[in-house]
Design a protein around this ligand. Structure first.
Ligand SMILES: Cc1cc2nc3c(=O)[nH]c(=O)nc-3n(C[C@H](O)[C@H](O)[C@H](O)COP(=O)(O)OP(=O)(O)OC[C@H]3O[C@@H](n4cnc5c(N)ncnc54)[C@H](O)[C@@H]3O)c2cc1C
Length: 340
């Protein structure tokens, strides 16, 4: 008999919704068999990693499959290490594991919460480095055929917080395993903000890791204290023309030039300068120090979070004519919904 189970401790926003049943899978075989069985019985299912990029707005009428599969295998050739990692491994623990084995490259992405299996979905990134830089292969279960399929880096169509797994393959596959390719000849990435004071010639991966951890701990609210999902909105990308127009009105506007005549704007700056820092609806608030982060003041519901997000999108649009896009996945009673 399945039992309604609270998801409160399984999502970093701390939203207290229930699911009809919860299955925790600890081996790849169990993950595949469970998902195929639910799919074939046409039961609603939701695949859950660390719950650090989801907002539950209702009780989920179906089965939540919590991915807790473990295992890391390291292979190498003359130039590279290849790490094949099970989907349920913790991303941050993988970063630490690599550092301890003198395998470098992931240190800029320290302390990103969640699982390795979720990392390719939104192509996680931080401090100038994105997951796709190291992605060699993604293995996933295709639910309709029951086949295990392998995609190389190109086939994943990675972009800024984007991949094929959020587009045409959304909800059709379950990522089972990820293979990363890390060069033995390490090139540090220190172009981003707080890392710029390091010297390229003598910086160590451990120093970058320590600096990233320190800055993140000081900047981001700890989900154990104030529930959150990190950045709530993507940084919007606008044309140079739009950027120039905004910059002429707001000289302090923060934007970073991109390839092909575009600029990435700092969403946090837009929210803060729309006067929304600290603003709240019910138990959900714009964080006092980090306007890009929405927090649970204690009794937020997923609906408070969505109402707040909608309001922010509206006000930012009215003031700057820029459309903010939410980063987390919003899950209603039967599956994913859009904040509109
Ligand atoms: C404090 C904080 C800081 C953050 N900082 C960053 C940051 O710097 N950069 C960044 O990119 N992100 C950041 N995030 C967001 C989050 O950490 C990432 O999106 C992470 O990859 C989510 O992993 P998860 O395992 O928690 O996914 P979940 O939240 O469990 O799931 C997210 C989505 O992926 C799907 N999914 C999960 N696992 C699988 C699987 N194996 N197969 C198929 N679908 C799956 C789920 O169904 C869901 O739709 C932050 C979050 C928090 C709370």
């Amino acid at each position: 008999m399945s039992m309604p189970t609270s998801l409160a401790l399984l999502n970093t926003f701390g939203l207290n919704q229930y699911c009809d049943s919860l299955v925790e899978v600890t081996s790849k075989e169990e993950l595949i068999n469970t998902c195929l069985m639910l799919y074939q019985q046409q039961q609603s299912m939701f695949i859950l990693g660390g719950g650090s990029n989801v907002v539950f707005t209702d009780d989920f009428e179906g089965t939540v499959v919590k991915v807790s599969t473990k295992g890391i295998v390291v292979n190498e050739d003359a130039g590279f290490y290849y790490l094949t990692v099970q989907a349920g491994e913790s991303w941050h623990q993988l970063v630490e594991y690599c550092l301890a084995k003198d395998i470098y490259g992931l240190e800029n992405m320290a302390l990103i919460p969640g699982t390795v299996g979720a990392a390719p979905i939104q192509n996680i990134g931080a401090y100038g480095v994105e997951f796709n830089r190291f992605c060699h292969n993604i293995e996933f279960l295709q639910l309709d055929t029951g086949n295990l399929v392998n995609f190389d880096n190109q086939q994943c169509h990675f972009g800024y917080r984007e991949s094929i797994f959020k587009q045409v393959l959304k909800n059709l596959v379950v990522i089972t395993e990820v293979t990363l390719k890390l060069a033995k000849h390490w090139v540090p990435e220190i172009n981003y903000g707080p890392l710029q004071h390091f010297n390229l010639l003598d910086v160590t991966a451990q120093q970058i890791f320590d600096c990233v951890c320190m800055v993140r701990r000081s900047k981001l609210p700890d989900p154990k204290i104030f529930g959150n999902v990190g950045s709530f909105f993507k940084n919007p990308v606008v044309s140079t023309q739009e950027y120039d127009l905004l910059k002429s009105r707001y000289c302090e506007l923060v934007g970073y030039p991109q390839a092909d005549n575009h600029y990435k704007l700092a969403a946090g700056w837009l929210i803060e300068n729309a006067g929304l820092k600290g603003f709240n609806i019910g138990g959900a608030a714009v964080h006092q120090d980090q306007a890009l982060v929405l927090v649970n003041l204690g009794h937020a519901t997923g609906n408070h979070v969505c109402q707040l997000a909608k309001y922010i999108i509206q006000i930012v649009f009215e003031k700057f004519a820029v459309i903010l896009q939410p980063e987390p996945r919003v899950i209603g009673s039967v599956g994913e919904i859009e904040i509109k």
